[in-house]
Design a protein around this ligand. Structure first.
Ligand code: FAD
Length: 441
């Protein structure tokens, strides 16, 4: 099965899983004395809870499921489906109240513990959505958010199951009971898989830091090698992995996503090039050879090797967004890929440019046919390159006559990638010609 057919197959599988409980209710409970609002309310709950329980597979980084879409797309879908499910579940008690249950369902104190459980779950759902949407605004640290999110997710799953299983009229029939228990079981399996089995697998292929190279005033490259007997990581140039560094006791042990800045054509060593940007990354220079690393990867579809028909490429990098392009350019050189590449590399100041010498060397190579244009938004007096902010118009000017036939790869902070992608589309570039890697999920 090719990658596109796989994508359609998984979408179909997901949709089938989402509607199976609803269809099962129609088959097994065809005659109901409930009114319109009651039926609608229960259908919303059925659909909402099914979507919530499938959220666990979406966030568990299952490789075969991730491959056709890319992890970033799956995580964005996970977020959108969470909002949709919460909407359905919030409407559910309102519809039931408008039906035969009456509005005391919403505020009555003398209700069964299972109704109280349902109310608690709704409050937790509102909390989880609020902290996920406004994490940055309320200045919640990402690691703390992750811990709260996973704890609330499992409480919501169990609470939602208890509430629906013991109050839902639909679960009186045996087949419905089985479907509901299977739904819970798969969610628990993927929850445990992600937190336990996945980590066990990573511990079986431990890597070691073998070198730490300073690339600029605030950027370091860490080089890793698999420990003896460990499987080397298989990856496409441009993909990313999650790394967990085990260093001295006072250093944070956290899992973070970083592009693999090396190329798979370089055997044995893989690297990530990391810029100081927060609590964890600003300790990166304290990493030393010999430190242990867990590597989970590789993920993503930001690789020219996945789109072999594209031959004229424009790589657009903002700041540390150069890392996947470095990997791809090295790979093109080593595999003699006959590609025409224009790299447009934007930074604030000259000292922020990473891999300057390396890029100059790559420009002299036969493969790929590379031209690099640097942009600085805050140039010094001696700067002879392009200045100002990069935008769609300036990219068009640089690409000259064959602008509409090119393929664009954009990587950098989300604000920049989204803005440039929409400007390119407004200039007539089809979205299928644009590949994005945002350094945030
Ligand atoms: C696909 C991808 C590839 C990336 N490649 C690179 C790279 O090659 N070089 C580089 O310097 N940076 C890269 N980043 C960005 C890097 O992951 C963040 O800068 C880093 O995780 C910030 O952590 P911090 O604790 O230092 O900063 P914080 O201030 O704690 O975090 C800053 C932001 O980074 C994100 N973030 C933090 N921790 C995580 C996490 N564990 N998982 C997911 N997102 C998180 C959050 O959006 C957070 O708001 C990449 C990000 C992604 C998503």
């Amino acid at each position: 099965m090719n990658i596109r057919s796989k994508a359609y197959f998984y979408i179909l599988l997901y949709l089938t899983a989402v509607i199976t409980p609803l269809i099962a209710v129609i088959i097994f409970n065809p005659e109901t004395e409930e009114g319109f609002f009651d039926n609608l309310g229960m259908s919303f709950a059925l659909l909402g809870f099914t979507i919530l329980s499938l959220q666990f597979i979406l966030s568990s980084r299952i490789k075969w499921f991730e491959r056709p879409f890319g992890l970033d797309i799956i995580l964005r879908f996970h977020r959108a489906m969470a909002i949709f499910a919460v909407f359905l579940l919030l409407i559910h008690p309102l519809l039931l109240s408008a039906g035969s249950r009456g509005f005391s369902l919403l505020y009555g104190l003398n209700v069964s513990p299972f109704i109280w459980t349902g109310r608690g779950v709704l409050i937790l759902l509102l909390i989880i959505i609020f902290i996920s949407m406004y994490r940055v605004t309320i200045r919640m640290d990402f690691q703390r958010w992750l811990r709260v999110h996973s704890t609330l997710a499992i409480i919501i799953l169990l609470g939602g199951f208890i509430h629906s299983f013991f109050t839902g009229m639909d679960f009186e029939k045996f087949p419905m009971k089985v479907i509901w228990i299977l739904l819970l079981a798969q969610a628990l399996f993927f929850y445990i898989y992600h937190r336990k089995f996945r980590l066990k697998r990573l511990h079986r292929s431990v890597y070691q830091v073998v070198d730490v190279v300073q690339e600029s005033h605030n950027v370091y490259t860490l080089k890793f090698q698999p420990s003896k007997g460990a499987e080397p990581l298989q990856y496409f140039p441009g993909q990313f992995h999650f790394i967990t560094l085990h260093r001295e006791e006072n250093q944070p042990v956290e899992e973070h996503p970083f592009t693999i800045s090396s190329s798979p054509s370089q055997k044995d060593i893989i690297s990530s090039t990391i810029k100081f940007s927060g609590d964890f990354t600003s300790t990166i220079h304290k990493t030393k050879p010999g430190h242990k690393v867990l590597i989970d990867g590789a993920y993503g579809r930001f690789s020219y090797t996945l789109f072999p028909d594209e031959n004229k490429l424009v790589f657009i990098a903002g700041g540390i967004g150069i890392t996947p392009f470095r990997s791809m350019l090295h790979h093109m050189r080593d595999t003699h890929a006959e590609k025409e590449v224009r790299l447009i590399y934007s930074n604030r100041t000259q000292k922020d440019i990473v891999f300057l010498e390396e890029l100059n060397e790559l420009e002299k190579e036969t493969f790929p046919n590379l031209k690099v244009t640097y942009f600085l938004s805050n140039p010094g007096e001696n700067w002879k390159g392009q200045t100002g902010k990069l935008n769609g118009e300036r990219i068009k000017e640089l690409c000259e006559s064959d602008f509409h036939s090119l393929s664009f790869y954009i990587c950098g902070p989300p604000g920049m990638t989204d803005k440039l992608a929409s400007e390119l589309q407004r200039s007539g570039i089809h979205y299928s010609q644009i590949h994005l890697e945002k350094f945030s999920f």
